[in-house]
Design a binder for this molecule. Structure first.
Ligand code: PEP
Ligand code: MG
Length: 838
């Protein structure tokens, strides 16, 4: 090769200096295939610096490629070779080098019609993409199409179609290099995570033709099913067809034996066997499931290219595990190869990506999975629908505790308002129900029982599909894929747990959620929100009675009703978790969530309390706060009305005694919410200590417990040194901590969050991905001050961020002991925690 060109062009040979950063992934991959001695036609790699120079209009000496034009049929292809296959690139150009002379030679060898088809497809492509002529002028088909295309080219360009192969190639390279620099290509690759200035290499390859005498054709073969990941040969073989050029006698064959028609396996068993052999070798050497592109020229096979098989999330898990089990990659690498979020698709039903999608509207993807059902607008209608055995989707402006039974009866939830940590979102995630919140362009008309989404109007009873993974509402019933909690899924997570240095617990309030958490191998419960145990219709009245009690005697009566319910709840949780830690948070009811919201509700309450409506109304008014989320919540209620926490402590300790007598000893963890001052902790600690003593005496049994504090206010984070002296663990409630650090209501943020993120005010929704710079700093300060006072203190996060991979990596870096998230996010968190440890 000419030394002047040494840095411009490199023939891809086993020992050539080809690297991905300079020449792109395709060039590197072809070199590997060549090293494996697969029949790859002669190929040259152009480094990205050369491609850039070409884009800038520099003339490049392409002399070295002349040898390609003198080989075989004298035609070459040009393919893009970006650093990462996902970044795309300009389309491949085939048949460069065809001219009148080679056309004549080809006509002899493969027949006139085939030669015409090849020449025509190149003239058309060249005229449109390089000479930039109007595509409509070249739409003609049939016998005279080639002559007509050549004539039109000459008329439009005032010169005959270029006959010099080197000139054709220069034109093709320039057009591909410039296409890569164009604004559309930049935007497209940026959307796929590539830097705008990402380099592009090109590969120029000798062409073996798939048209002509004997068995000829082009095809692709892969060895897995791209949707399920199961081992299976898929792909196709197109006889007498090469790119756009369709030859005489073109027909598509199956690859493997098939009742529906002829197959390559039958027609050419030795070629099929070679392909399978190549596939096995490629999988082992490239450590990946590859799709191989091949050509057959008169019964002779060549390998043109190989790309990683595009696959669904479930196939991705299966492939990674299979490669590790076969010893081709390590378990660590298998763990690293699966994007934690991809597991979401395996845990739930999923809209089949192959089906069609009629999107009505979209919102915040608050809880993943997909479900189809008929629209209902109230909890009562949802229950009626469930009683009829009809799947329904509950559509509300927002949900309140009264809607819980409706949510239980529905297969999916859609709300107009709300954000990632609003009531509907939190409850739906706990139930594993697909849910979209903050779908702000819908409007619900309860009187006409209809819903307007953009220009489309839907009525109660109309069928829709909620795609909670994508945050899209679809018309009608979409095709679905079943969840895939199979052996590969379990194996991957087992490896993840072996690698991980941080535990993953679950936020679970009910036995059902605790069971889900156990099934997903959570290492305990990190947050049981006890007020959620009273969202149930049977229990809501008792809770309301307690809130409405006017005197200590009335309150005691209400608490006496609640105590056995709570004791039962905790016994159930302890039993299900079988000795794993269970962290119970004392009541943190934003009171407004428990108050009736309309006249009917008030009347119902008056009836159940046996009070005049006016009394109840007055009391509701008195309890109504301007800012309930900053009002008498959490420990403030515990300090103001100590009997409530005392009752809960008693229930926890009595359950501890009972469960410990039956099985493994239980060490309950009691957590105080919304603390902002050390004195709050001291007061509660003393009262709980007294209750513990009383229960030990009553039940004549000793037990221990751990007391902890939820750090949810900036002040608690700053004062965590003092606070730590009174507790065994700190758990950051990052939902409230985010709300209070930003001064941003978690229930209203959905309204403008989209605009804020779009305009770059916030990089991400901070309720979704932990704000590492601001809230994160409070976490680090809090952990550091707490540890300096009490080095052995356990530090955790139990806000929604506990299920978010980026936030998990942050917690791992900070050396936290565990994170706790919704049960259905436990597998994602386990994988993310393992990846952070590698
Ligand atoms: C939190 O604030 O992060 C938290 C876990 O508590 P809740 O979401 O119940 O307010
Ligand atoms: Mg909170």
């Amino acid at each position: 090769m000419d030394m002047r060109n040494a840095n411009l062009l490199t023939q891809i040979a086993p020992s050539a200096k080809i690297d991905r950063a300079t020449h792109g992934w395709r060039a590197k991959c072809l070199q590997r295939l060549i090293r494996m001695e697969l029949p790859v036609p002669v190929s040259f790699a152009l480094p990205s610096a050369t491609v850039q120079a070409i884009a800038m209009g520099q003339d490049i000496d392409l002399h070295a490629l002349n040898e390609l034009f003198s080989m075989g049929d004298g035609l070459v292809s040009v393919r893009p070779s970006a650093m990462n296959p996902e970044w795309g690139g300009p389309g491949t150009v085939l048949n460069v080098g065809i001219n009148d002379a080679s056309h004549a030679r080809l006509s002899e060898r493969i027949g006139r019609e085939n030669a015409d088809a090849i020449y025509l497809s190149f003239v058309q492509g060249y005229a449109i993409h390089i000479a930039r002529l109007d595509p409509d002028m070249f739409a003609q088909e049939g016998k005279d199409a080639l002559a007509s295309a050549l004539r039109i080219y000459r008329d439009e360009m005032d010169e005959p179609f270029p006959q010099n192969p080197e000139r054709q190639l220069a034109g093709v390279l320039r057009s591909m290099a410039r296409a890569w620099e164009g604004p559309t290509a930049r935007l497209l690759r940026q959307a796929k995570g590539a830097p705008a200035e990402a380099p592009l290499g090109l590969v120029v390859q000798q062409m073996r033709l798939a048209l002509g005498p004997g068995l000829c054709g082009s095809g692709t073969i892969q060895f897995i099913d791209p949707v399920t990941g199961q081992s299976r040969v898929t792909g196709r073989f197109r006889g007498q067809r090469h790119g756009e050029a369709v030859g005489v006698g073109a027909e598509t064959l199956f690859l493997t034996r098939d009742e529906r028609g002829s197959s390559l396996e039958d027609v050419a068993p030795e070629i099929f066997a070679d392909l399978v052999r190549f596939g096995v070798a490629a999988r082992e050497r490239l450590r990946e499931e590859m799709q191989i592109e091949f050509m057959v020229t008169d019964g002779d096979i060549s390998i043109i290219d190989a790309v990683k098989v595009q696959r669904s999330s479930r196939a991705g898990v299966r492939v990674a595990v299979a490669l590790a089990r076969d010893g081709i990659i390590s378990p660590e690498e298998a763990v690293m190869r699966v994007e934690p979020r991809a597991l979401i698709d395996l845990l739930h039903h999923q809209v089949d990506p192959r089906g069609k999608r009629d999107v009505i509207t979209s919102g915040i993807n608050a809880s993943p999975g997909a479900a189809t059902g008929k629209i209902v607008f109230s909890a009562a209608a949802a229950q009626a629908s469930a009683a009829r055995g009809e799947a329904c989707i509950l559509v509300r402006r927002e949900t309140l505790p009264d809607d819980i039974r409706g949510m239980h009866a529905s297969v999916g939830v859609l709300t107009e308002r709300g954000g990632m940590s609003s009531h509907a979102a939190v409850i739906a995630r706990g139930l594993g129900l697909p849910c979209i919140v903050g779908a702000s362009d819908i409007s619900i008309d309860l009187r006409s029982r209809s819903l307007l989404a953009g220009k489309r109007s839907l009525r109660e009873g109309d069928e829709i599909t909620i795609d909670g993974t994508a945050g899209q509402v679809l018309a009608g019933a979409a095709d679905m894929l079943e969840p895939a909690l199979d052996d590969a899924f379990n194996q991957l997570l087992e490896w993840a747990d072996e690698i991980s240095r941080m535990d993953v617990r679950a936020n679970a309030d009910t036995p059902e959620e605790a069971r889900t958490a156990r099934n997903f191998n959570a290492r305990g419960i990190g947050l049981c929100r006890t007020e959620h145990m009273f969202f149930d219709t049977d229990r809501l009245p008792a809770m309301r009675e307690m809130i409405f009690a006017n005197s200590p005697e009335d309150r005691k009566l209400a608490l006496d009703r609640i105590l056995p319910m709570q004791r039962r709840d905790f016994i159930d949780l302890f039993e299900i978790m079988a000795g794993l830690p269970v962290t119970i948070r004392l009541f943190d009811p934003p009171l407004h969530e428990f108050l009736p919201h309309d006249r009917a509700g008030l009347r119902e309450l008056a009836e159940s309390l046996d009070l005049p409506l006016s009394d109840v109304t007055r009391r509701v008014d008195a309890l109504t706060e301007f800012n309930p989320m900053l009002g008498m919540r959490g420990v403030r209620l515990g300090i103001a009305v100590p009997e409530i926490y005392e009752m809960q402590a008693r229930a926890i300790f009595e359950a501890t005694v009972e469960s410990s007598r039956k099985g493994k000893p239980v060490v309950p963890e009691i957590m105080i919410p919304l603390v902002s001052a050390m004195r709050e902790v001291e007061l509660v600690q003393n009262r709980i200590g007294a209750v513990a003593e009383a229960v030990r005496n009553d039940r004549r049994m000793n037990f221990t417990y751990r007391l902890g504090v939820m750090v949810e206010t900036p002040r608690a984070a700053l004062r965590s040194g003092d606070i730590a002296t009174h507790c065994a663990f700190l758990s950051f409630g990052t939902n409230d901590l985010t709300q209070m650090t930003y001064g941003l209501s978690r229930d209203d943020a959905g309204r403008f969050m989209g605009t804020y993120v779009q305009q770059g005010v916030y990089a991400e929704d901070p309720f979704h991905i932990l704000d590492q710079e601001g809230v994160g700093e409070l976490l680090l300060i809090g952990a550091e001050r707490a540890r300096s006072q009490r080095p052995e203190i356990t530090i955790a996060v139990c806000g929604e961020h506990g299920g978010n991979p980026e936030s998990i990596a942050f917690c791992h870096q900070a050396g936290f002991d565990y994170i706790s998230c919704s049960p259905f996010r436990v597998p994602i968190a386990r994988l993310a925690a393992a990846q952070a440890s590698i």
